[in-house]
Structure formats: C-alpha cells, structure tokens
Design a protein around this ligand. Sequence first.
Ligand code: BZD
Length: 835
Amino acid sequence: GKEKWPRGEEKVWKDCMRDVDTDVSSITKSFVNHVQTSLARQPYNLDNLGAYQAAALSVRDNLLVNWNETALQYTRKAPKRAYYLSLEFLMGRTLDNALLNLGLKDQYAEGVKKLGFTMEDVLDQERDAALGNGGLGRLAACYLDSSASQELPVWGYGLRYKYGIFQQLISPAGEQLEAPDPWLDNQNPWELPRLDVSYEVRFYGHAERMNDGTPRAMWTGGQEVLAVAYDVMIPGCYTKTTNNLRLWESKPKRGFDLNSFNAGNYEAAVEASNSAAAITSVLYPNDHTSFGKELRLKQQYFWTAASLADILRRFKNIGKSITEFPDYVAIQLNDTHPTLAIPELMRILIDEEDLDWATAWKIVTNTFFYTNHTVLPEALEKWPVPLLEHLLPRHLQIIYDINLLFLQSVEKKYPGDRDRLARMSLIEEGFPKQVRMAYLACIGSRKVNGVAELHSELVKTTILKDFVEFEGVSKFGNVTNGITPRRWLDQCNPELSALISRTLKVDKAVWLKELTLLEKLLPLTEDAAFRTEWAGIKQRNKERLAHHVQTTLGLTINTNAMFDVQIKRLHEYKRQTLNILGVIHRYLTLKNMSAEEKKKVNPRVVFFAGKAAPAYYIAKLTIRLIVNVARIINADPDTKDLLSLYFLPDYSVSLAEVLIPASDISQHISTAGTEASGTSNMKFCLNGGLLLGTVDGANIEIAEEVGESNVFFFGHLTPAVEDLRYQHTYHPVPIEEKCPALANVLNQVSGGLFGDAHVYEPLLNTIRQGDYYLLSDDFDSYIAALAMVDEAYLDQTEWVKKSIRTTAKMGKFSSDRAINEYAESYWNIEAQRVV
Ligand code: BZD
C-alpha cells in the first residue's frame, strides 16, 4: 500500500507550511535569516555580494512555494506536457526577473533599503547564466518565460555546463582573447541539486541484434556515466505557475575505478572519473558550424538519454499504456542538437519495452517536433558514421533501419529515381559516410517549422524540398520567433514600461501579457507632451548606457549623438564588416568636408558588441579592424565630435539590457536569405529603436507590422542572391569598377590607415574575391540607407513619431504569441491554472 501522507499530525504540518512573502517585514525577516544561517555572515560586515545572495535565497524560497504547487498540480491532473530540449539556455540574470514576475520588486527594494543597500547595487552582483551562444539559446529562455506566464505545462531540458560561453577580452592589438566563464564559482542560488534524480547513460560497448524474429538488440559494455539533475525554477509573470528547467550534470558512476586503483594504476582510475565529468564541463562556443567532435556528440547523447529516461519515468507514473505516450508527451527539438532522442526513443521502445517496429515508429513520429534555425550549409549537423558506430553502436543500427524503411517508401513512390534516393538518404556517401541529422529530425517528427515566414519558405524550397514533396506540405510550418516583453521591456526599460502603464491606464500585469494592447499608443504620436516624455526616456537610457561605459571602460560618450548599434555574434553572413566599412566611408567623407558642411551633419556614435567563435579567423579579424578603426577615429580632432565608434567587449544578456533601450537605430544587415529570423531586431523595435536592415528574416515581418515607412531597408532581395553569386564566380567584375566607393575604403585599410596594413588582407580578400556575402553588391544601397537615416533623424518630431509607432506595433513579436502557437498547433497542450 501507499504511504499515508502527511506523516504525523497533519495540522502541525499545515500550520508550519510557508506561503509566498508579500509584505516588507516578512521579506526583511527572511533576508536577515539567510544572512545569519544560510550565509553564516555577520550583519556588520555584509557586502553587496552577500546582500545579493541573501536576497536571492529569500526570493528562491518564495519561488519554491509556487514551484512545488505547480509540480503537485501537474502530477494530480496529469495533463499532456511539452518538453523543450535545448542544448542552450541563455538565461542571463534571474533576480530582477523573478522579482518582477512575482510582483515583489517594490517590496524587496524597500526591504533592502531598510537594511542599508540599494536594489541596483544588489542586482548588479549577479553573474549571468550564459549557457548559450546567441539567438537560439536566448530564444529557449524567452520560451520558458512565456510558457510559465501562459500557465502552460512546459519543462526545459538542458545541460548544466560548468563553464558557460567564454569571457571575451580584447588585447592591446585589438585581438579577441578568450577566458573561461566559471559562473558557478560564487554558488548558484537559483538551482536545486536533485541528487536523488539520476540516470545511468551508456557509451561505446557492443550492440548485438537478437535475431529472434524481433527487431531487438542487446547493448552492453562500454562506459557508464551518471546524469544528475539540477532544477531551475521558472516563474511565470503574475501567476503561481512556476515551471522547471532541468539541467543535467555528468558524474562518474562509481567515483574511482577500484580495479585500476588496486592494480596501482592511479592515473587510469582518475581518468575514468575525469572523462565522465568532462561531458558537461563546457558549452561549445561555435554557432553556425559543426565540427564533428566526439565530446560534442557525447554531450548530445548524454543529455537526450537522461531527458528521455526522466520523461518516460514521469509518464509511467500516470499508469497509461505506452502507446498513449504521444497523448501525454510532446517533445520539441531545438535545432538538430537533440536529434539522437529519435533513435534513443526507438531503442527504448524496442529493446526495453519490446514493441514492434511499426508501433514504436508511430509513437516516435507523433511525439517529436523539430525547429530548424538555419539554412546555411556549414551549420547543418552531420555526424561521421565511424564515430557513431564507436560511441553509439545500437543507435547507428537503428538509424540504418530507419533509413532502409524510409528509402523503401521513397522508392515505392518514385520507382527508379536513384538520384532522389541518394539525395534523401539519411546517410551521405563519402569518406567517411555521414548521418544527416536534419533529415533524421525531419522524418522522425510530427511537424517541422522554421522561425520566420521567409525562413520557413526557404526550409521548404531548399534543404527539405524533397521531403516536402514526399511527405506533403502540411507537415511543414512556420512559427515566427518572439521575445519576452517582461525582460525586454519591463525589466530593461522600466521608465518606458511605467509610461505605457500610465498612458494606457492599464496595469502592466495586463498589457505585458497581451502585448498587442500597445497599439493603443498609436494616437499618442500626435500628442506633443507624450512625444517629449518618450524622447526624454530614450535620452535617459542613452545616458544610462554612457554611464555604464564610463564606469566599466573609462570612456566618455557623447549622448547628444545618434546611437547606432549592431550587437550579435560575429559572422560573415551578419556582415559586421559591411558596417565597419560603412563607418570608414563616413569617416573619409567627413575628412573631406568643409567646416560649413560639417555643421549640417548630425553626430553619430556607433556601437558594436559580439563574440567570435574562437577558431573563426575572419570574424576575429573583423573585431580587430573595428577596434583599430575606433582607435584612429575617436582620436581624430577633425571628426571625433561627429563620429565615434566603440567595440564593447564581452557582450552578454545583461549588456544587451543596457544597450537595447539606448539605441536610436540598430543594424540587422545580413545577406538576404541568411538570417533565419533574428530576435534582437524585435527587442530594439519594442524599445522604440528604429531598424536599419536587409529584407531578411523577421525584419520583413517587423516592417509588415510597423509599416515600411518606419524602417530603413536596403540591399538585394533573396531571389537575386543566387544569381549574384553565380556572376561573382563566372563573370567577376573588379571591385574598382563595380563599387568604387567600397574599393576606396578597402584601399585605405590596405594602405595602413588603421595600422597593421598587411593584417587585414585575408578579410579584405573575402570581398575582393568571391564576395560570397555580397558586400560589394549591397554597399552603395547601404550607404544610401544610412544617409536616409541621417536625414530622418534631423526631423526629431517625425523621428519620435516613428519610434512610438514602432513600439506600438510590436505586439505580434511577444514570445507569448509564439509559445501559444506551439501549444495549439504543434503540441496540443492546454493551460493549467495553479491556485
Ligand atoms: O537562432 C539563430 C539564428 O541565426 C537566428 O536567425 C534566429 O533568430 C535564432 C532563434 O531562432 N541561430 C543560432 O543562434 N544558432 C546557434 O547559436 C547555434 C549554436 C550551436 C550550433 C549551431 C548554431
């Protein structure tokens, strides 16, 4: 029989259970309690870090109350749940977000003040949880916030990396240096170690088919590693719902290998434990390239195997038949990184649950959903067959079986079409053969989606064209990305948030969850007093950024200038190079102006920030060029009042929260057809910054919403790109002829105007030869677009109107809208009210 609960006297239990603190006195009490006990510190020598830790622990207690009730509710009601599998969750800081979502910011600020601290200083002590590279990881974080806020039963699964994305340093020569990010060193109050929740994960060994008429096999031997759970609470905005993000840490199964130890081989014994711990030690810092490293494959399998085991165990507790699995579980694959979950679920269903192939495959293909985030060929994951065979022999067998049956069905529909079979095979021929993970994710999933309209069309017409033809177009959809307005408006821009609440006479608890209400701001474009307030907030956000740069880097920034911002991972397709070459062009133009002409120029400050993958040579050269151009330009008395340039090191979520609200214009200038969506474009626009961009990704949908007259578009369109590249290859025109303005800029760099003449040649040559990302094709229209921005900025009244209109029309881009689309059209899950 089941144990009776609670044990002992129910009333004693109930009287002692705590609820969420809401008043200042219980908040200060809990704060001081944590100082005394959890931290064992004396009140008189408590520093800001200690105050942060005490505040965090006390907020965590509140979150735990809600988190427990949410878990209990889900267990009791057993609704269908969705799981978001992502190798990256770029969470940033938690304290401020948790306070805002709990609606306790004011009370904590007051309590902390009474105890002699300021909320700002306390919040500033927190380190970012930077377990992601960029957009893909931050999207996962926004989706968790929205799931909880929409009261949806969604859990995240990821890895608890010991080191997040590297810290970026800039050397005196302008080179990017990387240092580790030991983010857990100060302890992490936001996680709950669940040493009781652990699973064994096997690697290597042998797989032997049973050959007993069933598809079963035995997988034995090899290395076994433990996956231990750490839970992170994800509070919804103004709701009790507090979901869970479960991160796995790897541990050696038995600590030391006693056999080796006793044999006197101490080193080998320790090595086994080292190699287990290595699995979750570091986040791979590469976005948009797949390197085929064994440790990366180990991470992927370790995480998918532990997550699936956990999901299965939870499902089994409901007591339903395994064939009902897809009625209770939906699993979203964030890119192809978790694709091994498909053969892993097949393995469990066949080898452990003893199902036949067809039944197992039906369960699998009704459980998974796959989101694609890129069509760049170098980013598509492929794993060498020999590596898979070595590390995961049983999974390779299953992948081959899936492929065989799949190709048989293709052959049936297109008899004799051998080219098609070769194109669609999960196995790419070559030396070595490789498994095409996007194809496996596609055929193993119920639905496939891209992340913006244009991108989803490109997925259907390029990389998955044959699959659309074969499986039918209805399997392929679009869910345009979104961003959480909690972090990306209320938290990062509190003054704007307050102005909106005041003006709309709607509590932020309402409009933050129904973002299309922002449309009600539209009439206020005609209200001069409102425009003044609006512009004043932008100005103060610019000053806040300037203050931040002053205190962290010791640089003084002209806050009367237009702030022009491009912040994102460094990549050739994102064309930071186009931007810096545009800056040089502007500089050269200014140098040739008379004093009279200069008077008509409005000053501009250009900001860059972003990391380059450590092995991405060309991207690193771009950083070096930016830093060295900044050095010359910022010191030139002829121009420095009109143009200055900053590369802010170590871009992070927290830095973005200061930069984004301060921008007048931001740049999203990828070669058409290459940026799947972009999400920072949405953040800038939500904060009333205007957009300068190409007709690419979500820029297009932003323009559809805010109106083309409120964005600055330039450059060739997607359908032209292929032809232009063909021209570059077969009918190259020298750059001097094609784009003299750009040729002049390149020559100035080559000539050593920014020092290190020879250093930049490999970067410049990517443009002179081949120019795959079409800088020479778009340069003139880029410069023209920048001129239009200048002109528009001169009319401040009209500019502020554009800014208000932009914010007002951004409702579509709330991640609440996106997550509801997934919930309704993909996962088929429903909101659960936690009371
Ligand atoms: O995903 C990005 C796309 O480039 C953006 O256009 C899009 O808005 C976001 C969210 O959908 N992709 C990434 O950020 N990709 C990675 O970071 C990544 C990481 C590891 C391996 C491959 C890619």
